[in-house]
Ligand binder design. Structure first.
Ligand SMILES: [Zn+2]
Length: 82
């Protein structure tokens, strides 16, 4: 099973079998963090959404949420090819 050094917790962990979300962030997360840290973000995400009153179906709010996610998971934004 392929392994990675998780950007958030620093442990050597098995790589997730599937990108946990669609789009460029999914691959970035799959290559960057472990499943435990992804699950931790899932819980944190709810708090962030409620705290800032974000509406993830709006592109601008989604962008803000991704910024929080990047900070939480200690990931750089994925390279987006135009
Ligand atoms: Zn981790």
């Amino acid at each position: 099973m392929p392994e990675l050094t998780c950007a958030r917790c620093g442990r050597t962990m098995p790589r997730m079998e599937q990108p946990p979300m669609a789009g460029p962030w999914g691959v970035r997360i799959q290559d960057g963090v472990c499943l435990d840290c992804w699950k931790a973000w899932q819980e944190e995400q709810t708090i962030v959404i409620n705290h800032y009153g974000l509406k993830p179906h709006l592109a601008a709010d989604r962008e803000r949420l991704y910024q929080h996610m990047a900070e939480f998971l200690r990931l750089d934004a994925p390279q987006v090819t135009p």
